[in-house]
Design a protein around this ligand. Structure first.
Ligand SMILES: [Zn+2]
Length: 283
């Protein structure tokens, strides 16, 4: 029998990789001809995310504290990353999803690394408001999860329709989110997020969840999800989000006569003046 040449397998693998690359490139070119594509971050021609915007999406997982919760975020929601995420979430640019997956996956892995070994952990997400679902036609965080090969368990549902969180200060966000979610077995099967009052849900005693969302701002929505899971008997084992909205004091804080009380009156740390609000709905 013919003997395989040394490193024959390596040569074949390299060739295959090169061919696959060539096929991808030609498919991309063909798509660009059929359907002109522009960068979802900056508008540059030809790619869903151009190399320069892609560089802003490099995973930078960090553990942050929001609303008293430890949250793993894959990157900061700022600059070109904010433009791409905004286009993905509310500009129907689902073609940008693959560029967001590395940071998202990094956050999931970092969060899971903190989970104690024991009972299995399921993934759950926070349902969108029905207005957001109608407007988008897709659920951004679920799109990202599917790209990671993960399916979420539909255990969280809206207990009431709430206002959009965007544009609200920290306290307003907290009040708006409060009591907004219920948790239970099959909670999401009621019309995709909304369930009628009084319908009992089976409890989640002993179940553990990795709670996942796309963007964290004040953390009030995540806190409400944790509260609902806890009330249903479940444990929130860890929390991961794609990106965190950076918290900033007003630019002149500390350099003028403005006191902490003034800052609090304006919405406080992370309040109306401290939160860089996403330019899109957050539900
Ligand atoms: Zn770009």
């Amino acid at each position: 029998m013919h003997e395989t040449r040394p490193h024959g397998r390596d040569v074949v693998a390299a060739l295959r990789a090169r061919l696959q690359h060539a096929v991808r490139e030609s498919v991309r070119d063909a798509l660009a001809v059929l359907l002109p594509v522009s960068c979802s971050g900056c508008g540059a021609a030809d790619r869903p995310v151009c190399p320069s915007c892609r560089a802003a999406l490099v995973p930078a997982p960090r553990r942050i504290d929001r609303a008293g919760l430890a949250v793993w975020a894959g990157m900061e929601y700022a600059g070109a990353a904010a433009s791409v995420i905004g286009a993905f979430k509310d500009g129907a640019r689902t073609d940008a999803a693959s560029a967001l997956v590395p940071a998202f996956r990094a956050a999931l892995l970092a969060a899971l690394a903190e989970v104690s070994i024991g009972d299995p952990v399921e993934v759950c997400t926070i349902p969108s408001t029905s207005a957001a679902r109608r407007a988008r036609g897709y659920v951004p965080v679920e799109v990202l999860l599917r790209r990671c090969g993960i399916r979420s368990t539909p255990v969280l549902a809206l207990a009431k329709e709430r206002a959009d969180q965007a544009g609200l200060g920290e306290e307003e966000r907290r009040l708006n989110a409060e009591g907004g979610l219920v948790a239970g077995v099959g909670a999401r099967s009621f019309g995709g997020g909304w369930r009628p009052h009084g319908t009992p849900l089976a409890r989640l005693d002993g179940r553990r969840y990795l709670l996942v969302d796309d963007i964290v701002t004040t953390g009030s929505t995540l806190a409400e999800a944790v509260r609902a899971l806890t009330a249903a008997g479940a444990e929130t084992a860890a929390i991961a989000v794609l990106a965190e909205t950076p918290r900033r004091f007003p630019r002149h804080a500390g350099t003028s006569r403005e006191t902490l009380r003034d800052i609090a009156a304006q919405g406080g740390y992370g309040g109306r003046t401290g939160v860089v609000d996403p330019p899109f709905r957050t539900g």
